[in-house]
Design a protein around this ligand. Structure first.
Ligand code: HEM
Length: 454
């Protein structure tokens, strides 16, 4: 009976690529997963003007929204910084192409500069588009094209590539990593926000091992293999429960008001909501064709790998039970797929590879003995998404009705609250999607993966 399982729909490719082919590190001694094996180095001397501009931005820039009319000194410093950016030479990135770490560093520095540039501009009445200058745009498009990723701040820039080692002689472990080498707000809340995501990412490395072990099984039909699959799924459920705990623990280290008012505004991209002014990338014919949403943990390859392994149907293409609700149908079904364009190209290739390999859900469908463990893993993921929805609601939906934290100048604070009120509609996430619809649809798509019957 077992040998009749149909796995031909997505048969494993003949020559199996290794994790290293996808820039994934699953080393025997230390596994860093989607993190690089070492922290990023500084850029060579020829690019010192970018590194210097970033160091200066961190010292002198604050959110343009926090500037009052009286704050003339800070306004002048900000304008001077932006003027210096506009007058930088356009530097070729050709010499970086041979070194992936330098390309990553260039992407990270340039995208931080872009977001510093845009969000340090004081709000104006005309609400017109913001011109992002060519000295940032031209090299950013070049490195993004080589790395095959969006030319905007991403999860990789803020988390995967944003750490160094406390003790460079010791291995890369969470305890030895200092997150948030570069910060916008300079707050511990921002650093801890990145840390929360990094913890999830690191815990997820075991999941990559599990997937790898599953793919290494010679077949999925004999008794020992079925026992192995059950053990792998049981291990996976533990990993998922741990990531759920990690998401909840963000509450202990990130203040929601600080996050909402002082950290998150720096992340907004050009497509972050229709009421925001769009950006124009100088020298680009149609900026609106670029992917410019900004960073989101929705760009974490670990979480996508989990969805692919368990075959969660975010696009609602399969006939599954219960049928999608009306609000599920209205949600943005392309969100998760779009988020992949913000990942480094090699990581996206890994996900494409995973999507083309034998699906564990199909095995669980055909082999009743696997169903219980499969369903337990899916249910753990559904619970993770429930917990995540509560966090997103607390940090964004509830905070959208709060006032900025103490420390924000009173006048700027009143102006920000007024602007907020004027643009009030449903609260949106990265790319301007209605947040609660989006997250609920993901949670419900997860529930629909559960297999019925014995
Ligand atoms: C304060 C903490 C957090 C907040 C406020 C938050 C908020 C959000 C929001 C608003 C979205 C919707 C998409 C977007 O707008 O980008 C989202 C998506 C997502 N977040 Fe978070 N998040 C937090 C922490 C985390 C952590 C620690 C993880 C993983 C370890 C995570 C994983 C995800 C994933 C995978 C998605 C894609 C949607 C889904 O899979 O359901 N988030 N998050």
């Amino acid at each position: 009976m077992l040998s009749s399982i149909q796995l031909s729909r997505r048969a494993a490719p003949a020559a199996r690529p290794t994790p290293a082919d996808f820039d994934i590190n699953l080393g025997l001694n230390t596994s860093t997963g989607f993190f690089p094996e070492r922290p990023l180095p500084q850029l060579p001397e020829a690019y010192a003007s970018w590194e210097d501009a970033l160091a200066r931005a961190k010292k002198v820039l604050i959110l343009g929204e926090d500037l009052t009319d009286d704050d003339s000194e800070r306004r002048a410093e900000g304008e001077l910084w932006r003027e210096q950016i506009r007058s930088l030479p356009v530097i070729s990135t050709d010499v970086l192409n041979m070194d992936k770490q330098l390309l990553r560093r260039a992407h990270k520095v340039l995208t931080f500069l872009v977001h510093f540039y845009v969000h340090s501009i004081p709000p104006s009445d005309d609400n017109g588009p913001i011109l992002v200058p060519r000295p940032l745009v031209a090299p950013l498009l070049e490195v993004s094209s080589v790395l095959q990723m969006a030319p905007v701040l991403t999860f990789a820039d803020t988390v995967l590539w944003n750490w160094d080692l406390i003790n460079p002689d010791l291995p890369v472990t969470l305890d030895n990593m200092r997150m948030g080498v570069d910060l916008f707000s300079g707050t511990e809340d921002e650093r801890n926000f990145y840390l929360g995501s990094a913890r999830g990412e690191i815990r997820g490395i075991e999941m990559l091992h599990i997937v790898n072990e599953y793919h290494n099984l010679p077949n999925v039909t004999d008794f020992p293999s079925i026992c192995r699959i059950n053990r792998l799924l049981a291990r996976l459920a533990v990993v998922i429960r741990d990531i759920e705990q990690i998401i909840q623990s963000v509450r202990e280290i990130v203040d929601p008001r600080m996050f909402y008012w002082e950290v998150r505004p720096w992340f907004n991209g050009s497509a972050s909501g229709s009421s925001k002014p769009a950006w124009i990338y100088e020298g680009v014919d149609r900026t609106e064709l670029l992917d410019l949403s900004g960073p989101s943990a929705g760009q974490s390859s670990v979480m996508h790998a989990l969805d692919l392994f368990l075959d969660i149907d975010h696009k609602i293409q399969q006939r599954r039970y219960p049928a999608p609700s009306e609000s599920n149908k209205r949600a943005d079904h392309g969100f998760m797929e779009r988020m992949r364009r913000y990942m480094p190209g090699k990581h996206r290739e890994y996900l494409a590879y995973l999507g083309a390999t034998r699906p564990v859900r199909e095995v669980a469908q055909s082999v009743p003995a696997v169903r219980e463990q499969y369903n337990a893993a899916v249910t753990a993921l559904k619970k993770l998404r429930d917990a995540h929805m509560r966090i997103a609601c607390l940090y964004i939906v509830t905070m959208s009705r709060s006032s900025p934290p103490p420390g924000c100048p009173v006048f700027a604070m009143m102006q920000r609250m007024e602007r907020q009120k004027a643009s009030q509609g449903p609260v949106t996430g990265t790319g301007g999607n209605e947040l609660s619809l989006l997250l609920k649809a993901g949670r419900d798509a997860t529930t629909r993966a559960v297999l019925k019957g014995n």
